[in-house]
Design a binder for this molecule. Sequence first.
Ligand SMILES: [Zn+2]
Length: 398
Amino acid sequence: MTDVFDELVGQEHVAALLRDAAADAAAVRQGAVPRGAMTHAWLLTGPPGSGRSVAALALAAALVCPYGGCGVCEDCVAVRHSAHVDVEHVVPEGVEYTVAEARDLVARSALAPARAQWHVFVVEDADRQGDASANTLLKSIEEPPERTVWVLCAPSTEDVLPTIRSRCRHVLLTTPSSGQVARALHERFGVDEQTAQFAARAAQGHIGRARALATDEQARARRADVLALPVQLDALGDCLAHAASLVATVEADTAAVCDPRDASEREALLRAYGKGGEGKGIGTAERRARGAVKDLEDRQKKRRRRVALDQLDRAITDLTAFYRDVLVLQLGADVELVNGELRPALERLAALSTPERTLRRVDALDRTRGLLESNVPPLLAFESLMVALMDPALAPRS
Ligand SMILES: [Zn+2]
């Protein structure tokens, strides 16, 4: 590795621009006249998986690393693990940032860096906030303290308030090609070439997802289960059963991620309130901590919902790619299939239905995403989705 920006895949222009910004920032701290390559507020946009947060963290590392982002020193490694004292890596606890979270950020942004030259705030999913919370942040983004840098990440500029957008320098990341993703998986993570190519294609330019598919057996198995659904949806009863089993799997996976984390956070909170201390009973600590425990439980509940929603969203993305492939076959388009390894199933569905019906199924997938975002219970949303995807022509003829 030559520097932290090498971690970006297929974003040479972004790497060059951010490298230049970090160099300018370092020169300014040495007393040079700013060249204008550095600014206090950045907005990094790009489709999910394009590497927004990788780019944001690389910029943060380059600003706090004494060598301009070497990628290997103590500072760079700490930033990569979201553990640097001067780099706050902020992710919304729930589906959206709350005003309280925004206020807390603004208060912390007033502090000078503890050991580095800059105090950097990497704000993931900056689009996930209401106007009130965005307006709270705006105050600090408009006039940040001298050594504070904001790096906001969002899917597109339209997703953030115009007032915020206009205060930030915009950097656009693009979806890397599956060839670029495959090469990165092979060269950086030692994934064999065939698996790398499969994972890159299946992940459709989403690097994190590609890496998970290449290295995590459970991720591959979950995806295979979802993509096995379309040919099994031939009757109402099956549709409801498959929806129930998919949602149950998501709930179990969510619990596996969230339960241990929730328990240790609760334990840490109670300890902070004196649980286990001299002469104080457990009951006393729990009584004192009641309000704080309630807040914690609210945050954990939101986080749990978000973890589950992310998995449901992934299932929708995989199914959408599947039906797009069906459409490609139906139209005889000369486009590479995302799910080439499932050609027999794709061909079967393509032969049984029409392009119009396939498009209706893609629409149903889109609608389901909307339903989930507007709080419709996942089971209900997926039952109606499975019914919309159902094709009675798949049933074996007796
Ligand atoms: Zn370094």
